[in-house]
Write a protein that binds this ligand. Structure first.
Ligand code: HEC
Ligand code: HEC
Ligand code: HEC
Ligand code: HEC
Length: 500
């Protein structure tokens, strides 16, 4: 769609931000102090990292990164991907999807045909056929003006949902994005899937792939229709057109890559051979010998290996939420899960639960430059289940020391903290309200609503302790300085005059 040039402008802006900002930071803040680590904080550090300090959890966390089969089940792949795509994929996965994990198994075209016929013989169920307005099945050029406008409305709605859902934090697109490191590149996804499959996948991922690492969003029908329109039409999901190169004389050159074209199985040829039982048997034999079942659940073949079926019917509360939303694809709790998002092991000692509950239902941007949590549309009950669990189970064994136990920080401490905040140059990275300031760190306007004072102290004492990658320097603050700053920041709450 026409947003192609906009998309590349966006890419450039993001690049500038990524490349440029660290320099701004380096120029404004002097690094290089000796990092003296207070022994009390080394002790606290263990609470993140050492099992003997963790609370006993009421159920065993399931680590999505430790799934038995790395690849998706193949029983219904024939309804998901078109045969041309499957034949190119098996021939050389990395040539089709840049970040593919599946190895090239060196099968030739005749073998690949047999494998595809075998896979199609496994089909267990049809993808439900969704009713689409007829014009939505037309190509863009064939739409009347009126139809175009209607389609465009759905498309733009989907673009918004796509953005809030932050699909690109897991999925790279033509090599860009995908920082979580778990989703396939979607840059050519329109050559693979169809709209009915996509609709069904987004509505219930686990129905297709029980162990998937993809989050199950709580989408409405119209959310999904929007995303489908956006994904099936936007140019970012279509292969780049080969640019025609001309040499100096203005003649067209041969395409640069001299690689032989991959042979593709066409729908027509597939139709001719799909019922061939000899091919089914040949395909089964190849699949067994190629050990496809090491990574894929394949009906009739997996029995060669013991399959551990996970029972998930009885899941409830936070355990159910963890499984459905796949919180641990991004977050880590104790020693399970990913490292992309903040470690949640001691969230109960870090965050005010009243803030947390709102955040889970409607995540706001905390850290502007880094990644943001997707909007999953959690219900109030979901959020309650999460809070209850976090309060009960995810905290430090000993409470962190709080300089203002049981009371608000006195006014003189707050005033001293404000002075220090600007003297120390915290504002090069943080704004704290309407006064302006840097955007490298989170805006601290309402940090007192979010972080418990004891945790602010813990953080300021040594930012690298809580997060070894933190760019915030260790200011080696004295106890008095710490107390003032904690007081100043704890006082930053929403319902305060002049702080709206
Ligand atoms: C070492 C593990 C491994 C082996 C062996 C393997 N695959 Fe895969 N396969 C994967 C992974 C992982 C994916 C998911 C996409 C990716 O690579 O990121 C995948 C994806 C696929 C897909 C696309 C499925 C979908 O739903 O999109 C097909 C088809 C497929 N594999 C077929 C095969 C066949 C046929 C064999 C044996 C000839 C095989 N694979 C062997 C790991 C493997
Ligand atoms: C938590 C990370 C994560 C998020 C967020 C996420 N996905 Fe995925 N998605 C995955 C993974 C991982 C797979 C592949 C299945 C697997 O390996 O579990 C996948 C598979 C897919 C596929 C099938 C791709 C293929 O080639 O088979 C599509 C389409 C897709 N996701 C679309 C989306 C959309 C649209 C969004 C946003 C609404 C989204 N995803 C958000 C992780 C994610
Ligand atoms: C696709 C990745 C992803 C998934 C899945 C995810 N989150 Fe997050 N979450 C993030 C990111 C990124 C942040 C940091 C947001 C920011 O700084 O703006 C975050 C922030 C948080 C925070 C605030 C933590 C802090 O220390 O500031 C909590 C609490 C949280 N998530 C809980 C959850 C829960 C519970 C789930 C499952 C229901 C979940 N998240 C699923 C990416 C994810
Ligand atoms: C070089 C830039 C930089 C400077 C200077 C800086 N910070 Fe930060 N600060 C950050 C970043 C980036 C984060 C987010 C850390 C993360 O994502 O874990 C942060 C986080 C914080 C947090 C929230 C911690 C959390 O986990 O949510 C507080 C409170 C804070 N800073 C206070 C201060 C104070 C007070 C000063 C001055 C003494 C200061 N910062 C100076 C970059 C900076």
């Amino acid at each position: 769609m026409r947003s192609r040039s906009l998309a590349s402008l966006q890419k450039i802006l993001i690049l500038i931000a990524i490349v440029g900002l660290p320099w701004i930071v380096f120029m404004n803040v002097s690094f290089g102090q000796e990092r003296k680590i207070d022994s009390m904080f080394l002790d606290l550090d263990k609470k993140y990292r050492f099992p003997e300090e963790w609370s006993m959890l009421p159920f065993e966390l399931e680590d999505p990164y430790k799934r038995v089969k790395n690849g998706p089940p193949l029983a219904n792949v024939i309804s998901k991907a078109n045969v041309e795509w499957i034949s190119r994929w098996i021939a050389n996965p990395k040539k089709v999807v840049s970040n593919a994990k599946m190895p090239n198994l060196g099968l030739d075209f005749e073998e690949i045909k047999a494998v595809i016929v075998f896979l199609s013989s496994l089909k267990e169920k049809e993808v439900p056929q969704i009713t689409w307005d007829a014009f939505l099945l037309k190509k863009e050029d064939d739409l009347s003006e009126d139809e175009y406008d209607k389609m465009d409305k759905i498309y733009n709605n989907g673009k918004g949902v796509w953005g809030r859902a932050r699909c690109t934090i897991c999925h790279p697109i033509k090599g860009l994005g995908g920082n979580v490191g778990v989703g396939p590149d979607l840059g050519e996804i329109t050559t693979k899937i169809n709209r009915n499959w996509l609709y069904d996948w987004l509505g219930n991922t686990k129905n297709h792939f029980p162990d998937t690492m993809m989050a199950q969003f709580r989408f409405t029908d119209s959310d999904i229709r929007g995303i489908v329109e956006f994904v099936m039409r936007d140019t970012q999901f279509i292969p780049e057109e080969e640019e025609e190169e001309e040499d100096e004389e203005g003649e067209e050159k041969e395409p640069k890559s001299a690689e032989p074209e991959v042979q593709m199985l066409t729908e027509k040829e597939f139709d001719n051979i799909r019922k061939d039982t000899a091919l089914v048997e040949k395909g089964r034999d190849i699949v067994e010998k190629a050990r496809c079942f090491v990574c894929h659940d394949i009906k009739g073949i997996s029995e060669l290996m013991p399959v551990v079926e996970k029972k998930r019917d009885g899941l409830a509360g936070f355990e159910k939420l963890l499984y459905e939303i796949r919180c641990l694809s991004c977050h880590r709790i104790q020693n399970k899960g990913g490292t992309y998002a903040p470690n949640l092991t001691i969230t109960g000692s870090k965050i005010h639960m009243s803030w947390e509950k709102e955040f889970l239902q409607a995540p706001d941007i905390i850290r502007p430059l880094s990644q943001q949590m997707p909007k999953f549309n959690l219900t109030e009950d979901d959020a309650k289940a999460a809070i209850e669990y976090i309060e009960k189970n995810l905290h430090t064994k000993e409470p962190l020391p709080n300089p203002f136990e049981g009371g608000a920080p006195p006014a003189d401490v707050v005033a001293a903290g404000e002075k220090l905040f600007y003297e120390k140059g915290c504002n090069t990275c943080h704004a704290e309200g309407t006064k302006g300031g840097g955007v490298v760190g989170p805006n601290l306007q309402t940090v007192g609503d979010r972080l418990q004072p004891a945790y602010i102290l813990y953080h300021l004492k040594n930012p690298q302790q809580a997060n070894p990658q933190a760019v915030e320097p260790n200011f080696v603050l004295s106890d008095d300085e710490l107390k003032s700053l904690v007081g100043f920041l704890a006082d930053h709450v929403q319902n305060k005059e002049g702080n709206k």
